[in-house]
Design a protein around this ligand. Structure first.
Ligand code: GLU
Length: 454
């Protein structure tokens, strides 16, 4: 069993999503199940509804799970394990108050020594504190494991003093619940962020103390750096999966990007399904990797290119295939769905012809051409025209439209083409008008509007 274990205490960030993707891929490669475990042990920090949001995101990314558990549902089992450990003399009640431990920490600080819990303190305050915690005895042996990315990691016994496994209210700590559940669900391999490296020896010690013999594999992912070169934080908006989706990045492109970060992939552009064929966690680079929005934009554009006009239309929220085709053409200039939406909005919004000034104003020409096109619209049925089938027909259509407009308006060269582009697209530069004309033509009535004028 592979698992992804999100805490419902905040939004999914790309680091979480990356771990989820890798665990999912490895589950598929090994023919094992994929478990989602909602780690809801921190009641004070849990956010209502976050679990559902996380599941919806995983669903959207196609990371479908075979089993779903809420860690809090297993508290009774965790407590039973803790009882067993106490009975076997591997864990003990510790009555130290917070104030006592705080004082000991302060003393260590003043003596310039690292703070270590001393097992002889356990019962000093037995009479003062009715609510003991349960601690697992630390290790007298070093604990080591082979990390598939970081190599062999070893922790000396003095790094593992006796630590809390059940809090004073009987709720298991994160490490204890995690280690127990990994046993209960027969987890075989764990991919997670490198911020968990220091938890791993504790989790191994818990499982060893419980007599668990299975050898678990580990891969701790290097941190992701933001544009500034510092660890990506919540303040970097690109670290939020929701933000990326809101910007119009496709889930399949985000997946493609996260798999290629710090990795050599046989192809630049691929799907999750294809990555299952060749992905190897050992290939992930050890060093931290910088989030590269430019690269994600490139990958997103390549994925958008693979969509057909129907799919494009649906993503743009319309069933009009012509609009889908138009959106696709704009991939020449845009890399996200939002940028394409902006282009289309500009086309369908009344044009502010006074806003375009490039050493000269095109306002009088725009007005002239606008009137001309109004007349042509009234005369011909071009506003209702069908999209022509062949390229030649489209071209011929654009040619005749253009020639008629030139003749009727008396405008020519730049004085004709700039205003035409402004009136049709709301921009003074851009992609080939002949290419987009056939898709614009059925909407001429809506498109040909000037701000402040009917
Ligand atoms: N709940 C932990 C987190 O969100 C997961 C730790 C793990 O995968 O073991 O960071």
């Amino acid at each position: 069993m592979l698992r992804f274990a999100p805490s419902p205490t905040g939004d999914m960030h790309i680091g979480n999503l990356r771990a989820a993707i890798f665990n999912y891929i490895i589950a598929k490669q090994r023919g094992e199940k994929f478990l989602i475990r909602i780690e809801d042990t921190d009641f004070a920090r849990n956010i209502d509804g976050k679990d559902k949001e996380i599941l919806a995101s995983l669903n959207l990314f196609g990371l479908l799970w075979d089993e779903l558990v809420y860690q809090s549902h297993n508290f009774k089992r965790h407590q039973k394990f803790a009882d067993d450990l106490i009975k076997q003399g591997k864990a003990f009640y510790c009555y130290c108050t917070k104030e006592f431990l705080e004082q000991k920490k302060q003393e260590a600080l003043e003596a310039h020594l690292p703070f270590r819990y001393d097992d002889t303190w356990a019962e000093i305050q037995k009479n003062e504190n009715p609510k003991p915690v349960v601690r697992l005895f630390g290790s007298s042996e070093p604990i080591a494991f082979d990390d598939m990315i970081k190599g062999r990691l070893e922790f000396a016994p003095n790094e593992l003093d006796s630590f809390v496994i059940l809090r004073e209210d009987g709720i298991p700590t994160y490490n204890f619940a995690c280690a127990c559940d990994d046993m209960i669900y027969d987890v075989s391999f764990i991919v997670r962020g490198e911020d968990h490296v220091s938890n791993t020896p504790k989790q191994i010690l818990i499982q060893q103390s419980l007599g668990y013999k299975k050898h678990l594999g580990y891969a701790h992912l290097p941190i992701i750096l933001g544009e500034s070169g510092k660890k990506m934080s919540k303040r970097d908006s690109a670290s939020s999966v929701d933000w990326l989706l809101e910007q119009g990045f496709l889930p399949q492109a985000i997946i493609n990007y996260l798999i290629s970060m710090g990795n050599h992939t046989p192809k630049e552009i691929f799907t999750l399904k294809v990555a299952i064929e060749w992905f190897s966690i050992e290939d992930i680079a050890k060093s931290p990797v910088k989030f590269d929005l430019k690269r994600l934009r490139y990958i997103n554009r390549e994925h958008l290119k693979t969509l057909d006009e129907n799919e494009f239309a649906l993503l743009l929220g319309t069933q009009d295939v012509g609009i889908g085709a138009l959106g696709k053409l704009y991939l020449e200039e845009a890399s996200t769905l939002n940028e394409i939406r902006e282009k289309l909005n500009r086309i369908f919004s009344p044009k502010d012809i006074s806003a375009f000034y490039e050493g000269e104003s095109f306002e009088p020409e725009c007005l002239k051409l606008f009137e001309t096109l109004q007349i042509m619209l009234g005369l011909s049925a071009c506003s209702q025209g069908q999209v022509e089938k062949t390229n030649e027909a489209i071209l011929a259509d654009y040619e005749s439209f253009k020639n008629e407009a030139i003749t009727r308006s008396g405008l020519k060269g730049k004085q004709f083409f700039k205003p035409l582009r402004i009136l049709l697209t709301g921009e003074s530069h851009g992609i080939d008008l002949g290419a987009i004309y056939p898709y614009l033509r059925p909407h001429f009535k809506d498109i040909l509007q000037i701000k402040g004028q009917k």
